[in-house]
Design a binder for this molecule. Structure first.
Ligand SMILES: [Zn+2]
Length: 68
């Protein structure tokens, strides 16, 4: 199954099956708030998601700091 995800600047990788972006975005926002005290919008987080290939997030497109 195709997956999408992102790697946080702290190294934490978060991913979910394609189609479950909503839950993934919620998890990322939760992590950003709790681990980094950052507020982000659903839209910003969605933009950072990248496809996961062979178990790895392809091309780390951004970090949590990019959305600020
Ligand atoms: Zn983090």
């Amino acid at each position: 199954m195709e997956k999408v995800g992102m790697t946080c600047e702290c190294g934490m990788e978060m991913r979910a099956p394609k189609g479950s972006e909503k839950a993934l975005v919620a998890a990322i926002k939760f992590h950003a708030k709790n681990a980094h005290n950052m507020d982000s919008s659903d839209e910003d987080v969605l933009k950072m998601l990248a496809p996961v290939k062979e178990g790895r997030v392809a091309g780390v497109r951004g970090s949590m700091s990019d959305i600020m």
